[in-house]
Design a protein around this ligand. Structure first.
Ligand SMILES: Cc1cc2nc3c(=O)[nH]c(=O)nc-3n(C[C@H](O)[C@H](O)[C@H](O)COP(=O)(O)O)c2cc1C
Length: 164
């Protein structure tokens, strides 16, 4: 097998109720599609946490609930990252929130702090409610930062084909 041709395997896993974070996740997905990577797209309901180790990099998307809280449906994923605790796993976290609340995108902050300790955290991105045209460039930078970090840490090339 010629490992030099292996593509990075990246997953986007997001939670969204009213669609803002889903829209941001889709925007990021479109950017990943233009890169030379394998990209998978899941809502949290579709994603099986035991599949985490099949990916070189994971981009987590979350809205914020309560008073800066992580949505309940993201709890299992949060705990899975805590218990995996692998610096080989490149991560990034993005989300939408409402700056009228005192803890703007508090769930992104909570994931960020945990992922920084337990994984190889590459980037964070916070967007006010629905993504706007001016957020596209920030999305591009987010994707670039994730891929740069993942490529740096996956030498010799590692991907799902040899992990499975
Ligand atoms: C009950 C409730 C609590 C919220 N708490 C926060 C919060 O603490 N911080 C924040 O930034 N946004 C908060 N929000 C705003 C949502 O996170 C924001 O509308 C987000 O874009 C929703 O994402 P979604 O459309 O993907 O579901 C709250 C919204 C509701 C309805």
């Amino acid at each position: 097998m010629d490992l030099t041709n292996c593509k990075l395997s990246v997953a986007i896993v997001y939670a969204s109720v009213s669609g803002n974070t889903k829209e941001l996740a889709k925007e990021l997905y479109q950017i990943f599609l233009k890169k030379s990577v394998g990209i998978s797209f899941y809502s949290i309901e579709e994603f099986c946490v035991s599949d985490l180790c099949h990916y070189d990099a994971i981009a987590i998307g979350t809205y914020t609930w309560g008073n800066g809280d992580i949505p309940k449906e993201m709890g299992q994923l949060y705990k899975a990252f805590e218990s995996i605790s692998s610096k080989d796993m490149t991560t990034a976290v993005f989300g939408t929130g409402d700056s009228c609340y005192p803890r703007f995108c508090g769930a992104v902050d909570r994931f960020r702090d945990m992922l920084y300790v337990h994984t190889n955290l590459a980037a964070t991105l916070k967007v006010e409610l629905r993504p706007q045209i001016q957020d596209i460039q920030r999305c591009e930078k987010f994707v670039e930062a994730l891929l740069l970090r993942a490529r740096m840490y996956s030498y010799p090339p590692v991907n799902s084909a040899i992990r499975k």
